[in-house]
Design a protein around this ligand. Structure first.
Ligand SMILES: [Zn+2]
Length: 471
């Protein structure tokens, strides 16, 4: 009797029958250590188009001289959709980059699939900074996943040329995929001026003004991995606070019946996670209700999450509380503590699913232990059959087993750890991990090491059993 639909996703699993699976902070006087994006953006809804100029300033902090930069042009996937007819946008989208200059000198850019390469006319040494200018034209798809437009609303997600991450493994130019969230980006500062037609407003990763309409409008946000924006003529808002944090729920008129429940859940979720894991470091979070693309129930961005209004139940429908609190937990796991979501998707999805289930258990008295037990059994069978673990890169998973392996099993792992070392210790591990890696990138190794330190014993074999199925 466990035909339960789970809609946690951020993630892509919108309507998965799990067990049938066959398979604004202010940083005063601080040296500029992060890339800074400055953009001037004009939205033309009648053309489904965004025209922009972007200036990106990158401080070169590595020891090596910087000779080039790579950018992700994710909107290109909506031009030549390769992921099946079912999820294909009804109208294609695209992004085109032109007039690329590096420190005011014209550069010869090249594009392969969704990757833009910008070679520098002159190498830039450590300690210096490089300024990259470019124009881009974004065509918004209709019915796209995440990046989408419908009626009088445009969802701008992964919508600008996003600087790829360069770390000890080199440049990360991992390709797009429709399984999970193939995004990996570094903390940056943003200053974006939006030029909007009459009646439009912006909901974004920055702290948004309370005014209904102003154009041009300049928004600033420091120390975030990404900048999402919803440009709309139709949305209404319910405002509230979780401690000092503004919690805004944005909805369309036809969603009025879920507004109270979901706004209450958003506030209590933000309170709950702040108390359990550590303070949310920005002044505001926006929850935007709506369908944001095929197969996606909810999605996380810094300071902004999306969620469908309702989820199906055995008897009908109910407000999507679990989706909202799942996506909000990502503010901690992915937003503040980052990870390479393509390489180690379990790290943010597993911790987030655990956070969601833990909230539902404590605040909504919904106990998922039985479901977790069955899911654990099922994942053991899957591993026996196909040899795929819970700690693979995104590209290894077929759609049918992704959620079970990457979301559910790691959540079950943390509940099991609570049984072994106590609830308080597990929360202490999460708090320590949050404190240690906030605004940085963490890895599976870092997580296990933090757990070992806090528990004051070697839990490596415990984690290896759960994540890698090592006996
Ligand atoms: Zn998620």
């Amino acid at each position: 009797m466990i035909h339960r639909l789970i809609q946690m996703v951020g993630c892509l699993l919108s309507f998965l029958l799990v067990l049938q699976s066959s398979g604004g902070i202010v940083w005063a006087h601080e040296k500029n250590v992060r890339p800074t994006y400055q953009m001037d953006v004009t939205y033309q809804p009648d053309q489904d188009e965004v025209i922009a100029h972007m200036t990106l300033t990158i401080p070169v902090t590595s020891q090596e001289t910087m000779k080039e930069a790579y950018f992700h042009l994710y909107p290109k996937v909506f031009h030549d959709w390769k992921y099946g007819d079912e999820s294909k946008p009804t109208k294609p989208g695209n992004i085109q980059v032109s007039q690329v200059k590096v420190n005011d000198v014209v550069a010869k850019q090249s594009v392969q699939d969704t990757i833009l390469k910008v070679p520098f006319p002159k190498p830039v040494s450590s300690g210096e900074q490089v300024k990259i200018d470019m124009d881009f034209q974004l065509k918004l798809p209709h019915g796209g996943s995440r990046l989408n437009t419908f009626k009088h609303t445009a969802f701008l997600a992964q919508w600008y040329p996003m600087l790829a991450v360069k770390d000890k493994d080199g440049w990360h130019v991992e390709p797009y995929t429709t399984i999970g969230d193939p995004f990996y980006s570094q903390m940056s500062d943003f200053e974006i001026t939006f030029r909007l037609p009459q009646g439009y407003r912006v909901i974004s990763s920055a702290q948004d003004p309370k005014l209904e309409y102003r154009s041009p409008i300049t928004l600033k946000q420091k120390n975030v991995r990404d900048f999402a924006a919803v440009l709309t003529k139709d949305y209404q808002v319910k405002r509230g606070k979780a401690g000092n944090v503004d919690v805004n729920l944005w909805y369309l008129k036809e969603m009025e019946d879920v507004v109270k429940d979901l706004h209450d859940a958003a506030i209590s979720g933000m309170d709950f996670y702040s108390k359990k894991f550590g303070a949310y470091p920005y002044p505001e979070v926006d929850v935007v209700l709506g369908e944001t693309g095929y197969g996606i129930a909810g999605m996380e961005y810094p300071g902004l999450v999306t969620s469908i209004p309702k989820v199906p139940t055995e008897k009908g429908e109910k407000p999507a509380v679990n989706v909202v609190v799942h996506e909000l937990a990502h503010q901690w796991w992915y937003g503040v503590v980052g990870n390479n979501q393509a390489k180690e998707p379990w790290l943010d999805e597993g911790l987030t699913t655990f956070s969601e289930f833990f909230y539902m258990q404590k605040e909504k008295k919904e106990d998922e232990r039985e479901l977790l037990k069955r899911a654990t059994q099922r994942t053991n069978e899957i591993y026996q059959a196909v040899g795929i673990t819970s700690a693979e890169s995104l590209y290894k998973y077929p759609d049918s087993i992704y959620a079970l392996m990457v979301y559910i099993r790691p959540a079950a792992m943390l509940f099991d750890l609570m049984d072994q070392i106590g609830e308080d210790k597990v929360l202490e591990i999460l708090r320590k991990y949050y404190e240690k890696y906030r605004f940085h990138i963490a890895t599976t190794k870092d997580f296990i090491q933090t757990a070992n330190e806090v528990a004051n014993k070697d839990l490596t074999s415990f984690f290896e059993k759960w994540l890698y199925f090592k006996e």
